[in-house]
Design a protein around this ligand. Structure first.
Ligand SMILES: [Fe+2]
Ligand SMILES: [Fe+2]
Length: 219
């Protein structure tokens, strides 16, 4: 099976792409806000929801990998490869906690707060980029040694873990879909029930995530 049609790799890459794009938005926007004199309250509210959703999703993504994915990978990959993945997660956890502390602080935020948040997001980005590349390579390697059923089972289990742990669907699902565009959004959407992506996200949930709109790709 080509990894282009591997459900495990499609799922991991889709979430990674959405998280990468979102983290870059957090880095850029927080720097910009930090350099502005006054930030509109509505924009801050949207940014906070966007940043909180990012943090919740990244936590759930890592927990799912550690509790389900890595356990599976340990029986396939070398101990050295696994130590590297574990350590990368640990380094990112520290940066993620720093970012969460900034995001949880009551608004309005002074310029120094925005710039502190910017530094925390930028430091997370450094760890994230190195980890993302390594993890995708290891996943492709491991997946090639799994049976089709194993891949499908693990992809499903990771997905269900994410749904149960990443926070309210009305924030998380649009966050994932609209941090992707074109073929990436299509591939991720194809893994979701039509009722969710075709009815809930564009209509019923719209009011719940609209405030994040300035930071998302257009519908
Ligand atoms: Fe990952
Ligand atoms: Fe990871």
């Amino acid at each position: 099976m080509s990894f282009l049609s591997d459900p495990l790799i499609i799922g991991i890459q889709g979430i990674h792409r959405a998280l990468s794009r979102a983290l870059n938005v957090l880095v850029d926007e927080s720097r910009q806000f930090g350099n502005e004199n006054q930030v509109d309250g509505k924009r801050t509210e949207g940014f906070r929801m966007y940043a909180r959703t990012f943090c919740d999703l990244l936590h759930a993504h890592h927990d799912g990998e550690e509790e389900l994915g890595f356990i599976h990978l340990r029986s396939i990959l070398s101990p050295e490869d696994m130590v590297a993945l574990d350590q990368e997660h640990e380094v990112m956890l520290e940066a993620l906690h720093a970012l969460q502390t900034y995001v949880a602080a009551p608004a309005p935020w002074a310029s120094s707060h925005w710039l502190g948040l910017h530094r925390a997001a930028a430091s997370l980005l450094v760890g994230w980029e190195a980890h993302r590349n390594n993890e995708e390579q290891q996943m492709v390697k491991a997946s090639a040694r799994m049976s089709h059923d194993e891949r499908v089972r693990l992809a499903k289990a990771l997905e269900q873990f994410g749904i149960a742990n990443a926070g309210p669907g009305e924030r998380v699902v649009p966050f994932i879909l609209y941090n992707l565009e074109g073929k990436d959004r299509e591939a991720m959407g194809s893994r979701m029930p039509f009722f969710m992506k075709g009815i809930l996200v564009p209509f019923f949930w719209r009011g719940n995530y609209n405030v994040m709109r300035p930071f998302l790709f257009p519908r």
